[in-house]
Write a protein that binds this ligand. Structure first.
Ligand SMILES: C[S@@+](CC[C@H](N)C(=O)[O-])C[C@H]1O[C@@H](n2cnc3c(N)ncnc32)[C@H](O)[C@@H]1O
Length: 198
């Protein structure tokens, strides 16, 4: 974690604790776990709630190009900082629950979404808006990675079922402040009953 990021983060948290939901940016181990399945072959990547860019830097370290990154951040201060730091990335300052109506990636589809959104403090309707909107921009087989400080997946089962998604925990980082788990969310694969394929 870069110490120059701690103060702006703390400042943002004091102004809006529910939206920022953490007093410090993610540590390097959590950023590594969140991005471990992502490589340059993943193609375009959407990051939701990048804050000061702790996870964005991990994506770049995985070989993802800045121009393949779309960063969606609600805070105007963070969005301004992200534009300075990652000038070739596309930075959108808006509520991630409104992505259904926003054209992204020049019509291409993302291979992955990485999210630092505080889903635990969001009402179910907003979570539904985030998931249904962003999966409209994700290609078949693409995945959504979400971290959480809670003991289980922060997306209610009802929402996963309604959108035909499944969640799986891919790891936990004890050495983060606070400790966190990462979930991979994907579209469910429809299994054909035996004997129906010709
Ligand atoms: C817990 S911080 C995570 C920051 C960064 N990803 C990290 O790991 O250090 C949550 C971030 O999500 C942003 N955020 C919260 N609600 C949002 C929303 N509805 N749409 C877009 N960004 C949002 C906050 O401004 C903040 O930057």
């Amino acid at each position: 974690m870069s110490f120059s990021d701690v103060l702006p983060f703390l400042h943002a948290w004091v102004r809006n604790p529910r939206r920022v939901a953490s007093i410090a940016p993610s540590g390097p181990r959590l950023a590594e776990l969140l991005t471990k399945e992502i490589s340059p072959e993943t193609g375009p990547v959407i990051e939701l709630g990048p804050g000061t860019g702790a996870v964005t830097r991990a994506l770049l370290a995985r070989g993802v190009l800045q121009r393949d990154l779309t960063l969606v951040e609600f805070s105007a201060d963070f969005a301004c900082m992200l534009r300075d730091r990652f000038p070739e990335a596309s930075v959108l300052c808006l509520d991630a629950a409104r992505l259904a109506r926003v054209p992204l990636l020049g019509g291409a589809r993302a291979g992955a979404v990485v999210s630092g959104l505080p889903l635990l403090t969001m009402p179910p309707r907003q979570i539904f808006g985030v998931l249904s909107g962003v999966f409209g921009h994700v290609r078949a087989g693409g995945a959504f990675y979400q971290f959480t400080y809670g003991p289980w997946c922060p997306i209610p089962c009802k929402i996963l079922d309604r959108l035909g998604l499944e969640a799986r925990r891919i790891g936990r980082v004890a050495r983060n402040l606070p400790p966190a788990s990462v979930y991979r969310i994907r579209r469910r694969t429809v299994r054909m009953p035996l004997g129906t394929a010709d």
